[in-house]
Design a protein around this ligand. Structure first.
Ligand code: UDX
Ligand code: UDX
Length: 471
């Protein structure tokens, strides 16, 4: 099939490359000339496994990049809209890009077309897109508007797209549903996975994925509700971790105990410094705003957001309780990225923590395997960007682990200890076993677990309560 994808961001570019790998002819359209030029030069603007291979495999043949939306619409039977839906100052989703793209698509409809929402949008958006197109489409031209939410995670975007837990098609006519089933046919019937050059299957992936056909409204809600539920699960375990810290229990053991309940499941039960990224924070606020518009006071989402923000404050207090005062302290910091495996720093809890620690007067040396460039744009020269983990730790009063990059979980501990001024590690992602850290001579703090150290730690003292205590 000939498909068009509008927007070459994380979702649009990955969707376009994967549709090409399914055998479709794809035109990815973007109005950012710099991004288009880079893509046509063969560059890969985002850090995603397998994406360079797919772009190499299909660029110029099944996959083309263009700034001519009208031409792409005329040439295609299905147009996926994957433009940004950033939050407004009040938290609603800003749909102005979706609207302007819908308006531009309208004029180019010269045969039956399907316009598909791929971006995360509030319920009702498909109604509005249909209205906009109806107002602007040439007479007697037929079209359908559908919702096909994308559940890919950054860092594993390509395999999440090709090995999804489910494919959701929100179509209000059988004609539209039939065409979209065809788009995903080689995933739903499993033939893609039989191909020798198929992108490798991740461990937990179930194939073939179920294809769920719903109404457009239900599909829009599935996306918001899914993200809200996942964020709620993270805030829930972070809240439990806080209780563990107060009573001396071990959140990891608690996760195992509750995660083995098949009704709960172990995934997305990793306590830490909270969730971030381009989706959860904005989608929670957007879903909250949608509920308000529908007259439903979805206060549970406020609590999810409040616990998430409080998680950062708790971490700052943990750093303070480890180092007593913060002004002038040198800190090595691992990972400005919002999570492991990506170069994306949007709404990164790590960046927010770094900014708070800078305000407290700390000197920071940070290291990230992929997000330096983007982090530098935000943190400027207030932070020294180190060559390596060990360079970031050199002469530091403590090392902070803020992002769950796999390589941060397998550090050379004796070397790390030799670099640090004091063998203090404050781990916001529970990447290490407290016992092992103590055996390696570290004083180790983490989330929801008792702190450990080579020799028994003095009782934790809240700095503001006792004058003259030594760190
Ligand atoms: C997007 C949405 O922002 C998000 O809500 C949804 O969950 C997933 O899809 P992402 O791909 O990360 O997320 O967006 P972004 O990186 O902002 O890329 C959007 C692209 O659309 C950009 O390349 C931008 O240049 C392009 N764009 C935007 C257009 O081509 N035309 C427009 O009118 C607006
Ligand atoms: C998320 C959704 O997972 C994905 O389905 C949707 O399409 C887009 O939004 P993404 O934001 O890329 O994907 O990352 P994800 O892996 O979900 O992590 C989001 C945040 O939650 C990160 O900051 C991560 O560190 C944090 N997280 C995740 C936890 O703190 N604990 C967990 O157990 C899982």
């Amino acid at each position: 099939m000939q498909l068009a994808v509008v927007g070459s961001g994380y979702v649009g570019l990955v969707a376009g490359a994967c549709f090409a790998d399914l055998g479709h002819d794809v035109i990815v359209v973007d109005n950012d000339d710099k991004k288009l030029a880079a893509l046509n030069r063969g560059e890969v603007p985002i850090h995603e496994n397998f994406l360079p291979e797919l772009l190499e495999r299909h660029r110029g043949s099944k996959l083309k990049f263009s700034d001519d939306l009208e031409a792409a619409v005329r040439a295609s039977s299905v147009i996926f809209v994957a433009v940004g839906t950033p939050p407004t100052e009040h938290g609603e989703a800003d749909l102005s890009y979706v609207e302007s793209v819908a308006r531009s698509i309208s004029g180019a409809i010269d045969s039956y077309k399907i316009v598909v929402e791929k971006s995360t949008v509030p319920v009702y958006t498909s109604d509005w897109v249909r209205k906009i197109i109806l107002r602007n489409v040439p007479e007697h031209q037929e079209f359908d508007v559908a919702s096909n939410p994308e559940f890919l995670r950054e860092g594993t975007a390509v395999t999440d797209f090709l090995y999804p837990d489910r494919i959701v098609i929100g179509a209000d006519t059988e004609r539209c549903a039939a065409v979209l089933r065809e788009v995903y046919a080689s995933l739903a019937d499993g033939t893609y996975y039989l191909r020798p050059d198929a992108i490798p299957r991740p461990d937990q992936a179930q194939i073939p994925p179920p294809l769920i056909v719903t109404s457009a409204k239900s599909a829009e809600l599935i996306k918001h509700a899914s993200n809200a539920f996942l964020a709620m699960k993270i805030s829930f375990i972070n809240a439990v971790a806080s209780i563990c810290e107060s009573v001396g229990a071990n959140v990891q053991q608690v996760c195992q105990g509750i995660g083995t309940d098949s009704r709960i499941g172990p995934r997305f039960l990793n306590p830490g410094i909270g969730y971030g990224g381009s989706c959860f924070p904005k989608d929670l606020m957007a879903f909250r705003a949608v509920a308000r518009e529908c007259g439903y006071d979805f206060r549970l989402l406020d609590e999810v957001i409040r616990i998430n923000e409080e998680q950062r404050q708790r971490f700052i207090r943990k750093v303070r309780s480890a180092l007593w005062t913060l002004r002038g302290k040198k800190l090595g910091v691992l990972g400005p990225a919002f999570k492991g495996g990506t170069d994306d720093i949007r709404e990164s809890p790590a960046i927010l923590l770094i900014q708070s620690l800078l305000q407290e007067g700390c000197q920071i040396a940070a290291f990230d395997p992929a997000a330096h460039e983007r982090a530098q744009e935000v943190l400027n020269s207030n932070v020294r960007f180190a060559e390596s983990v060990y360079d970031a730790a050199r002469d530091a009063d403590a090392l902070l682990i803020l992002t769950e990059w796999e390589e941060f979980a397998t550090l050379n501990l004796p070397r790390l200890r030799s670099e640090l001024k004091y063998p203090i590690v404050i781990d916001g992602r529970n990447l290490y076993d407290p016992q092992i850290m103590a055996e390696n001579g570290f004083t180790y703090y983490s989330v929801g677990r008792a702190s450990s150290s080579p020799e028994p730690l003095p009782p934790a003292v809240e700095p503001k309560t006792r004058k003259g205590a030594r760190s």
